[in-house]
Design a protein. Structure first.
Length: 103
């Protein structure tokens, strides 16, 4: 599975083994739009240099505004051996469903 929908992600985040949420947007986007609680921000262009900040052996869900950058980031992570999925529809979908946004 390469993508996860917002409701499924919300359920997984409440589980005993939640995924690591990686927000690949740029800091001004996060400031303007908020983020999923607990998400770690590593802008997509910085990801190769900061890959060591992702925990080994933990599922990763990448997030962006609409789902395109995160889809590409998750694809790259899978190519290097990580178990990664993308949030389908990105933060736009998360917010459209009224799910909580941290500021």
């Amino acid at each position: 599975m390469t993508e996860i929908d917002a409701k499924s992600l919300q359920q997984e985040l409440a589980s005993a083994k939640p995924p690591f949420v990686l927000d690949v947007r740029n800091p001004p986007e996060l400031a303007a739009e908020g983020r999923i609680e607990g998400a770690v921000n590593i802008p997509m262009n910085e990801l190769p240099a900061r890959i060591s900040e992702l925990p080994e052996g933990r599922d990763v869900v990448t997030v962006c505004k609409s789902g395109m950058r995160s889809f590409n980031a998750a694809g790259w992570l899978r190519q290097i051996g990580r178990n990664a999925r993308s949030l389908q529809g990105g933060m736009n979908q998360w917010k459209a469903l009224g799910l909580p946004v941290a500021r």
